[in-house]
Design a protein around this ligand. Sequence first.
Ligand code: ATP
Length: 340
Amino acid sequence: MKVGIFGGSFNPPHMGHLNSLQTVAKKAGLDQVRLVPTSQNPLKVPTEGPTPQQRLEMTKLAVMDWGPQFVVDDQEVVRAGKSYTIDTIQSLRKTIPAEDLYLIIGMDQFDELEQWKDVESLLKETNLIVTSRPGYDFPADVESLPKYLQKLVEEFDFNFIELKTGRDVQFIQLKDVEISATELRKWIRIGKSVEKYIPLSVETYIKTHKLYQHLGAKIGDYQKFTDFCAQVLFAKKGIMVKGFDLRAMSAPSEFALVASGTSTRHATALAENVIRSVKEEYNVHPLSHEGMDEGRWIAIDYGQLIIHIFYDFVRQEYSLENLWKEAVDLKLVDQSLKKD
Ligand code: ATP
């Protein structure tokens, strides 16, 4: 019996996932596909949203009418804490031989697989199915494979790789569905229709449980909140911390905060400190964030406040503030200096 494992945050489950599952099950001839919602992906910083239990419920609803070939596996949610795929695979290995296991991942995850825990053991314990994702290309030859994988290649045959571990990697082309859960969470928040991308049962669940709402109720006065975040940046030696009221302009948020770090590491540390302090004070995670790994231009989205933290030179390159000429400068000051 060939068993596929499809892990994900499913935050929420969407047509990108569902299209992938159906196509892979068919093209790879899988007898069973197990959808495994993560508890916490160790490579993703937590964002505001549903509990793992709610994501599990939504995943169940998404495949509710699909028949017994598709199974929702709750083991990562039950285990709680950070989810490592190797633990899930090892638990399945107790009853399923390695040659019958197929871990399904998208090209976006294939690119970052090296950061996964025990990736070499993983490639002994399961085969890999890598699916296309808009914006990513399949590797054309051994040289374009990630380094850790190159040394494991026994034979490379275009869309199929035989590994020295005895397992194999196959690449499966999907019909492009250009959507991500991140994008859909934004759409729901602003009331844009998502019916093309989310099964009705899941959409109803989202509405009933009021998921992916604005943060207004938790944050309250956004101008005060902007100042709170600015004080964290001042305290951690952020450079040129400036806040803007954008309400008179058409902008995606009402407030913006900009600061620079002296290095990419400093920029990342500034972002981490803001996220931690906001969680402590307001009990709120950001809705999303980008650029934390590189630390060149980090954007943290708190709904009506977006915080941009740059590595100094990158800020000059983009001169974002020039776009906000009509905005009101909040003239933020470091409160710790005021007291002195
Ligand atoms: P997020 O935007 O929150 O990071 P996501 O939409 O990428 O989420 P995940 O739940 O993290 O979804 O992904 C689970 C799996 O589904 C991954 O292997 C990912 O590559 C794949 N996947 C997600 N969206 C698509 C899509 N539009 N087309 C093909 N595969 C997808």
